[in-house]
Design a protein around this ligand. Structure first.
Ligand SMILES: C[S@@+](CC[C@H](N)C(=O)[O-])C[C@H]1O[C@@H](n2cnc3c(N)ncnc32)[C@H](O)[C@@H]1O
Length: 305
């Protein structure tokens, strides 16, 4: 390797090492939904629209079973289909490459998913209707694109399949919110639950899956939830209870400072004890000497001296 060349980054050892936008609570819910389908013997393919460096794809890939396909669709380092989408790409994903996605994915799986490096608008050229059990919509944030992605998910999923829509409520993604709630109001999408970042829904039976999810949530110590009625329908809100990593970092720093202060105080205390011991020694030495120095007659009169 020449001096100018930089070493490739070390492969990630854990999902936490992969850069991306996939909170722990959503990792838990993805796992719960995918394992539930496996428990119920529901088969079908998995699709992710928008994979970035692979954080959510790596987790989804753990649930691909024999005979199932896992397809990811992302522009990676290709041109976007329009200027607004290109502006998003330049703003948020300027350094993204397909190679980086692939090497992250390979750090966890022997086999890559099927990769479509293209705009998500082509997904139905690659995935047959009603062949999927789980679709994650997490690509462009522009209304036109997201509305198309949700319609494609509706085509790819049979009635009981699960769709997860990212950024359905973020301040910087009103186009996603519009597309998601439009699908609910107009296209029959039924929300199951929401987290801070994602909405989980289905075009099938929502009551049974919500009942089972509530049962699981009740047994989780580190997950908070509540049930709300929205336009006459039940909707679960789910949140992690653990401290955010910035809070954990702040507490670690405070602990380190307190430990440092404690160590310095203990050191001062030890030195003060040493000084006290040496003062005591010298006082008893002097007293001893002065007592010995008294005339014998005085010592006889004061036998205790
Ligand atoms: C928010 S990131 C995905 C995050 C990822 N799921 C994770 O968990 O870290 C959005 C991704 O969508 C891709 N993207 C944006 N517009 C797209 C489009 N029109 N078609 C395909 N991919 C697109 C970007 O390249 C980027 O990788």
């Amino acid at each position: 390797m020449t001096r100018q060349e930089t070493a490739p980054p070390a492969p990630p050892a854990a999902l936490e090492d992969v850069k991306g936008w996939f909170p722990k609570i959503d990792q838990m819910l993805f796992t719960w939904f995918l394992e539930r389908q496996e428990r119920l013997g529901e088969t079908g393919d998995l699709v992710e629209l928008g994979s970035y460096l692979g954080k959510s794809a790596i987790l989804m890939g753990r649930h691909r079973r024999d005979g199932e396909r896992f397809t990811v669709c992302d522009l990676f380092d290709s041109e976007a289909p329009d200027d607004s989408n290109q502006a998003e790409m330049n703003g948020s994903y300027a350094t993204l490459t397909r190679t980086a996605f692939e090497s992250n994915y390979r750090a966890f799986h022997d086999r890559l998913p099927e990769i479509i490096q293209a705009p998500t608008s082509v997904i139905l050229d690659h995935v047959e209707p009603e062949t999927c059990r789980f679709v994650h919509v997490d690509a462009s944030h522009l209304y036109e694109h997201v509305a198309g992605d949700i319609q494609a998910a509706h085509v790819m999923l049979p009635a009981g399949g699960i769709i997860v829509c990212d950024d359905y409520r973020s301040e910087h993604t009103p186009g996603v919110s519009a597309a998601v709630w439009e699908a609910v109001a107009v296209d029959g999408l039924r929300p199951i639950c929401v987290t801070t970042q994602k909405l989980y829904g289905t075009w099938g039976d929502v009551g049974t899956v919500q009942d089972e999810l509530l049962e699981w949530l009740a047994a989780q110590d580190n997950v908070w939830h509540e049930v709300q009625q929205v336009a006459g329908r039940r909707l679960l809100r789910v949140k992690g209870r653990w401290a955010p990593s910035s809070e954990v970092q702040r507490l670690k720093e405070r602990l380190a400072k307190s430990q440092d202060k404690l160590a310095r105080t203990e050191d001062r205390l030890a030195r003060a004890r040493d000084e006290l011991a040496s003062v005591r020694n010298s006082v008893s030495f002097k007293v001893g000497r002065s007592v010995t120095a008294l005339p014998r007659a005085v010592r006889r009169r004061n036998p205790g001296s």
